[in-house]
Design a protein around this ligand. Sequence first.
Ligand SMILES: *Cc1c(COP(=O)(O)O)cnc(C)c1O
Length: 440
Amino acid sequence: MQNIQKWIEKIPVMEDIVDLKPTVWINPNKKTDKEAWENIDFTENDIYEADQRLRRFAPLLTEYFEDTEESNGIIESPLRKIEKMEPLLKETSDIKGNLFLKMDSHLAIAGSIKARGGIYEVLYHAEKLALENSLITLKDDYSELANEKNREFFSKYTIQVGSTGNLGLSIGITSAALGFNVVVHMSSDAKQWKKDLLRSKGATVVEYDGDFTKAVEQGRIQSAKDPNSYFVDDENSVTLFMGYAVAALRIKKQMEDLNIKADKDHPVFFYIPCGVGGSPGGVTFGLKKVFGDNAHVFFVEPTHAPSMLIGMATGLNDKVSVQDFGIDGKTEADGLAVGTPSRFVGTIMDTLLSGIFTIEDKELFNYMRKLNKSEGIQIEPSACAAFEGVVKLFEYESAKNYLDKYDLMDKLDNSTHIAWATGGNLVPKEVMNTYLETYL
Ligand SMILES: *Cc1c(COP(=O)(O)O)cnc(C)c1O
């Protein structure tokens, strides 16, 4: 346990956090683009490299996944204006600017943001093995990796991952398709349908009583016992992180196509649901590289699992858990049910991130119904956290102070707000229907 009283004196917002009251933490360490990168080792080039690797694999992905055919093996989601949702959010908040939905909920193969990092890391590992063992060269058509002999080669290797669900789906589905053995270590809060789906694809699912942190720990231990096993480490993986970051290059192009300006007079706000921090962190790293000071990025976490907020606000990062603050980590947002944040994401976000909102579970379901009713789009509860950022930016005093501090108040009519819908497309219809009636 931490000395909670001491932390509240130092960081007043911690009082709301331990009381489980929805709130916002504004990052006092955020820096301008000129200074923000001084202590960050990764560069824009790392993102371009990841993008190139994904392009090399595009022909192979079309071999295995029908839903990537139309885009020639490039996995990307639509950016959609959600005009009909706007008035529903404006019922309770004085929102200004234009509202968009980044629909990672509908990404091919995995139906969540994990289709970015997760698939990328499996491909990264497959390429490394394939190059080291001369199955291909960098110049070859990678669809060769789908032939019998190469699949046989991959079948001697195992990929393992610990997950609350969606990362497991992404890694499990992709690894099995390429011919790897794959073991997914799942926390007790992982949904039954996700385990069923994985098993149907040929993945081995191991279940644990504990939370996400325990599943990851067990996965790491089991994988270390086998020299032919590779562990995808959601808490520490730079490879995952770079896979997520590629999103920024893609959305820049989409914004240009939609005539969405991002400049000094046209600020763009992004709101991304956060669990262990890898996916929102990777995307944010990319967005800040691409848009600099014109991008204002906020994470959103459940009031019962504000792990990244506590890690960043205290500066203790992965040395602290929500349980250390008497918070149980239990939430309906299974993708965000994480007690301890990533080891390295918090330190990279330190100078880049604008802040973190927290949301109550019941609000996730209210946003979900509003989106379904107005736009006919279904996303999972975790993903709905994004809307809380849009709404509360215009409501909380400390958020308004942020807008003031960065001289944004008179630019809000020209602003764009992008809610990052992180998952939903693989949720079975019956489960989605139950969600739509939860917390009514
Ligand atoms: C995994 C996930 C997140 C958060 O990603 P982290 O890398 O754990 O921070 C958000 N939403 C959904 C639907 C997810 O599956």
